[in-house]
Design a binder for this molecule. Structure first.
Ligand code: B4P
Length: 196
């Protein structure tokens, strides 16, 4: 099964992707996590991405497309994968289509998590506070100022993807304002019970 989770920053894409990993035993391909790992390891990609991410902007399509193309060829992706936070621009959506086509694969579903802007910023602030209280590192982009820019980027560059996938009859919306368990149940209702 090959699935895309779409939605604004803080919508719960990462949260739901982790739950689907457990249910279907297919990997979560989070471009955010991959980029943060590259930043932490100070790789050339990480060095390019660091300032862009800390400002709440999107890393270049070229960089992100390359890391995903490499990742989907790993053996653990053979039965499928969950794309979490990717694609985020129309150019990335075209790149996914091409990547899959080249490998004779298809997308099974695109699920959009629908959440109010006000709830989003509240979640991000809460995550930062919880990390701080637990003595964990706080994400540099998890603060209200940078979040505003992340949301602006989302509306400018990512929101048009809903039209793109709607036109392909692939888009399914779920109420991302519900509790985490309820959101999971809504997503699972749209997907098969198991993957082969
Ligand atoms: P990401 O890491 O993808 O960050 P995100 O959009 O904020 O996270 P997500 O929607 O997964 O929210 P989460 O489940 O964590 O991107 C970070 C940055 O990386 C981007 O700004 C960009 O710079 C770069 N980047 C990543 N991908 C890129 C791409 N393809 N192209 C270019 N640049 C890219 O949930 C957030 C919080 O809400 C959590 O604390 C969670 O516990 C809580 N929550 C979740 N569901 C909830 C619910 N139902 N109710 C209440 N709280 C909930």
């Amino acid at each position: 099964m090959r699935l895309i989770l779409l939605g604004p920053p803080g919508a719960g894409k990462g949260t739901q992707a982790q739950r689907l990993v457990e249910k279907y035993a297919i990997p979560q391909l989070s471009t955010g996590d991959m980029l943060r790992a590259a930043v932490a390891a100070q790789t050339p990609v990480g060095q390019k991405a660091k300032a862009v991410m800390n400002a709440g902007e999107l890393v270049s399509d070229e960089i992100v497309n390359a890391i995903v193309a490499e990742r989907i060829d790993q053996p653990d992706c053979a039965r499928g994968f969950i794309l979490d936070g990717y694609p985020r621009t129309l150019a990335q959506a075209d790149a996914v289509e091409l990547m899959l086509e080249k490998r004779g694969l298809q997308l099974d579903a695109v699920i959009e998590l629908l959440v109010d802007d006000r709830a989003l910023v509240g979640r991000i602030v809460r995550r930062a506070e919880e990390a701080k209280a637990a003595g964990e590192a706080v994400r540099k982009d998890d603060n209200p100022e940078v979040f505003e820019e992340r949301l602006r980027e989302y509306y400018k560059k990512t929101a048009p993807l809903t039209g793109y996938y709607h036109a392909r009859k692939m888009l399914r919306g779920v109420d991302g304002m519900a509790s985490m368990d309820e959101v999971t149940a809504q997503i699972e209702a749209l997907l098969p019970e198991t993957v082969g």
